[in-house]
Design a protein around this ligand. Structure first.
Ligand SMILES: Cc1cc2nc3c(=O)[nH]c(=O)nc-3n(C[C@H](O)[C@H](O)[C@H](O)COP(=O)(O)O)c2cc1C
Length: 446
C-alpha cells in the first residue's frame, strides 16, 4: 500500500505528510493547478499527484490532437466493449488515440482534456464525441473541462499550425476554434446533458502586453471561461525569466469579469506559488516541471518545501519513483517512454552528467552516468525492469554509504544487474545463494 510505503521513508519526514497537509495553507492548495504535459500528465502521474500529492483542483490531460480524437471515435465504433480493447490494437494505434481510449476514458477524477489543432469543425466534432463519452452511464470518465492549446511553441506546432503559431499567425481562426468548442458544449446542453464542462484556453504572452490583453478579451468573448497564461513569449520557449509583470497587467485589465486567470512559468514550490500569486494577483498558478520533479510538491514537509536549487535526497527521490510505478501498475501509460521520461525527471538532479558526457566517454565506475544513459534505453518496458532499475539505484547509493529507505515494493529488486534488467529476467543466485554480479567493465549494458 502506497501510504504505508511512504511512511517507511522516515529520514525525509515524508511520514509527516498528513500533519503537513493540515498545516499547508488550504487556500493555496485550491489555487494550484497541474499543467497539461505531453508524456507528463498521464493518468498514472495524475493519480499520484492527486492521491499522494493532495492536489485539490482538476488535472489537465496531455495535449491530444483533435483529429486523433475523431480517430478514436471511429475505432470505438468498430468494437463492442471499450473496456476490452485487444492489446495488439493498442500497439498499432496513434499515441493520442490510445490516450483517449485508455487514459481519458479510465479517469474517474475531475479532468480537463486539452486539445490542439486548427480546424473549427474538427474541434466541434471532437468535443461532441468527448462529451458523449462523458455522458455515457457506462463510462467512468469525469470530464469537467475542455482546453484549447494556444501556447505550444514547438516545431510540430509550427508545421501543423496549432498552439502559439495558430494564436499569433491566425488569431481569427483560433477564435473560430474556441467558438466551435463552445458550440459543442452548448449543443450538448441543449440535448439535455447537465454539468457542462468549462471551456478554457492556454496561451503565451504576445508581443506586447496590450496585444495579450486584447487577445484574452477576444477569447473570453468567444466563450473561453478560464485562461492560463505562460508568462513567456513564443520565441522564449522555456528560456529566460517569466514576465510576471505582464501577467499582473493582464489580470488587472480583466479583473472585472468573471474570467479566472492562471499564471504559469517557473513555479516549483509552494513559496514560489505564494510569491507569484501575490505579485500577479492571479486566481491561480499552473505548475508543470515542478510537479515532474516533485509530485509531492503540495505536501508541506521540510523536504518538499525545499527550493529547486537543492536536489532532494536520493532516498526521497527513490520513494517518489516507486510510488509512480505503483500507479503505472494500475494504469499503464500508452508506452514505456512515459515511464522513462518520468524517471528521468525525477532522477536528473542526481544522475544526469553535468558536462554533457556521452556514454562512450564515461568510465565504468561512473555508475550515475551509466544509470542515466541506461534509463533512456527503449528495451526498458516492464514495471519489473523499472523496479529493478530503482533497486540498482538504491544499491549504488548504499554502497557509497548513503542511507536509503527502500520502499517495500523494491526490496526484492535490489540485486539486479544492468544485464539482467536489460533482458528483463529475475536475478539468479549462485550455489552459495549469492546474486551473481556482472563486472562493471563487462560491456556497457550487455
Ligand atoms: C514535458 C512537458 C510537456 C509539456 N506538454 C504540454 C502540453 O501538452 N500542453 C501545454 O499546453 N503545455 C505543455 N507544456 C508546457 C507546460 O504546460 C508549461 O506551460 C511550461 O512547462 C511552463 O511551466 P513550468 O515552468 O511550470 O514548467 C509541457 C511542458 C513540459 C516540460
Amino acid at each position: 500500500m502506497a501510504v504505508a510505503e511512504i511512511q517507511n521513508v522516515k529520514d525525509h519526514r515524508i511520514h509527516q505528510q498528513h500533519d503537513g497537509i493540515e498545516k499547508t495553507n488550504c487556500s493555496i492548495r485550491n489555487k494550484i493547478w497541474m499543467a497539461p504535459m505531453v508524456r507528463g500528465s498521464d493518468l498514472a502521474f495524475r493519480n499520484l499527484v492527486r492521491q499522494q500529492g493532495h492536489i485539490a483542483t482538476p488535472c489537465f490531460s496531455p495535449m491530444i490532437r483533435a483529429d486523433q480524437v475523431l480517430e478514436a471515435s471511429h475505432y470505438l465504433a468498430t468494437i463492442e466493449n471499450p473496456k476490452d480493447i485487444p492489446p495488439n490494437d493498442l500497439q498499432h494505434l496513434h499515441e493520442d488515440v490510445v490516450l483517449v481510449l485508455t487514459d481519458i476514458l479510465a479517469d474517474q477524477e475531475p479532468l480537463i482534456v486539452q486539445l490542439c489543432g486548427c480546424h473549427p469543425d474538427v474541434f466541434y466534432r471532437a468535443c461532441r464525441f468527448l462529451l458523449k463519452l462523458k455522458n455515457q452511464q457506462s463510462q467512468s470518465c469525469k470530464i469537467v473541462g475542455l482546453d484549447l492549446n494556444l501556447g505550444c511553441p514547438q516545431d510540430c506546432a509550427n508545421v501543423c499550425n496549432f498552439g502559439a503559431f495558430l494564436a499569433e499567425e491566425h488569431p481569427d481562426l483560433a477564435l473560430q476554434c474556441v467558438a466551435a468548442m463552445k458550440r459543442a458544449i452548448y449543443e450538448d446542453q441543449r440535448d439535455g446533458c447537465t454539468n457542462p464542462p468549462r471551456l478554457s484556453c492556454k496561451i503565451r504572452l504576445r508581443h506586447t502586453t496590450q496585444d495579450t490583453i486584447d487577445f484574452a478579451r477576444q477569447l473570453r468573448n468567444h466563450g473561453c471561461e478560464l485562461l492560463t497564461v505562460h508568462c513567456r513569449r513564443r520565441q522564449d520557449k522555456h528560456d529566460g525569466a517569466p514576465d510576471y509583470k505582464a501577467g499582473r497587467q493582464l489580470v488587472q485589465a480583466l479583473q472585472d469579469s468573471k474570467f479566472p486567470i492562471l499564471i504559469n512559468g517557473d513555479v516549483v514550490c509552494l513559496q514560489d506559488a505564494e510569491r507569484v500569486l501575490t505579485q500577479t494577483q492571479a486566481h491561480g498558478i499552473m505548475i508543470a516541471r515542478g510537479f515532474l520533479k516533485n509530485p509531492l510538491l503540495l505536501v508541506n514537509t521540510t523536504t518538499t518545501m525545499m527550493s529547486s536549487s537543492e536536489p532532494f535526497s536520493p532516498s526521497f527521490t527513490l520513494s517518489m519513483a516507486a510510488l509512480y510505478l505503483e500507479h503505472v501498475e494500475q494504469h499503464s501509460p500508452p508506452s514505456s517512454l512515459y515511464i522513462r521520461k518520468h524517471l528521468q525527471w525525477l532522477f536528473r538532479a542526481h544522475l544526469r552528467p553535468s558536462n554533457g558526457k556521452r556514454f562512450e566517454n564515461f568510465s565504468d565506475d561512473d555508475w550515475k552516468s551509466k544509470l542515466w544513459t541506461f534509463l533512456q534505453r527503449p528495451y526498458l518496458e516492464t514495471v519489473y525492469q523499472f523496479r529493478c532499475l530503482l533497486g540498482l539505484y538504491a544499491r549504488n547509493w548504499m554502497e557509497e554509504g548513503v542511507e536509503m529507505h527502500v520502499p517495500a515494493s523494491l526490496v526484492e529488486h535490489c540485486h539486479a544487474t544492468f544485464r539482467e534488467i536489460r533482458h528483463g529476467r529475475v536475478p539468479s543466485k549462485n550455489e552459495d545463494g549469492k546474486v551473481e554480479e556482472e563486472g562493471l567493465g563487462a560491456g556497457l549494458f550487455d
